[in-house]
Design a protein around this ligand. Sequence first.
Ligand code: PHE
Length: 400
Amino acid sequence: MKLRHSLAAIFTFLLLATFLTACKKEGGASGNEILIGEYASINGQNATFGRSSHNGTVLAIDEINTGGGILGKQIKLMSEDDNSKQEEATSAVQKLINHDKVVALLGEVASSRSRAGGQIAQQAKIPMISPASTNEEVTRIGDYIFRICFIDPFQGEALANFSMKTLHATRAAILLDTKQDYSIGLANSFRETMRKNGGAIVSEQAYSSGDKDFRAALTSIRASNPDVIFIPGYYSEVSLIVRQARELGITCPLVGGDGWDSSELTKGAEKEFNGTYFSNHFSTEDPDPAVQNFIKKYKAKYSNDPDAMSALGYDAANILADAIKRAGSTDAKKLRDAIAATKDFAGVTGSITINAERNALKPLTILQIVDGKYHFAQRISASGEPMTEFKPMSAPAPAK
Ligand code: PHE
């Protein structure tokens, strides 16, 4: 009996394996499914980045499938967790392309990991859309690599202008993460803009992702007496940096970029974060009905507010689906051309047009952190002009 059972099991397994291999040969679009790959940091150092973008992506794909799918097929999302590690981003993309035979890729949030995965996608000529990677180099990898967010030369310039014109700072210090392409690129454009406009960088200090003690760097910065400190890092370290800065008696404004966005950033240090600002792709306070409707749907599904990565993950998945529809095919070249032709797509992070460099030109939002909440303070147009007046909330001074 037992033998017969296991023989039957082996036979069924072989049948299934043959069937699956036959399906796979068709390039991820066989039967009634279209396979899309996603690589994200679901665990590790920047887990909220991956979880948020994944949740936004899943929300979009569920809606598309409920609405009948695309090209008469359902979308199947194949997700790989890269554990916030660059090497794992590479192997995740290799697996998705070579083993799962996905027709396109969504990912990553962090620029260094998008650069790692993007190399593989470009070599295989499989279109990739990064929802959130802002480092200039990401889309320079090649003609199959796209993004739907603004880039760091724009973000860094906007933050330097904000520091100088709005916060009236002329002496800035920079504390950057030399392990992240994102941080290096953002520091470069901030520094250049400050200097170009007559400001000075009075101190520049570095750390590495994963560091926990920033007191030595902050002590040198304090001695340089800056008007503002620019911290182009990720929330995991910024969360500690801000606490330690306040501990050391630093009370000047602290400014950062989109890498600050996380529900984890201010946890347990809500008061210490008063007097800080960061730029982002999205604000939950945006009265636009499209944004508010997205927030409602997201909250209903996940019981928490979306952040920028949730919104960008949602937009990236919808843009990819729209391109598949317009291409009328999942052929890689046709799909690539359709993504490149994306024009005036109404996303929840704004209107998205892919330009000749495969980037998106979009406005940016400056958020002010008040008692742990992110308040809309100002919107800056894609050409760097203020679109709204700067409206800070009168916040209590940062706690030490
Ligand atoms: N822009 C960051 C990067 O390129 C990632 C990021 C996007 C983080 C949006 C938070 C919000 O690495």
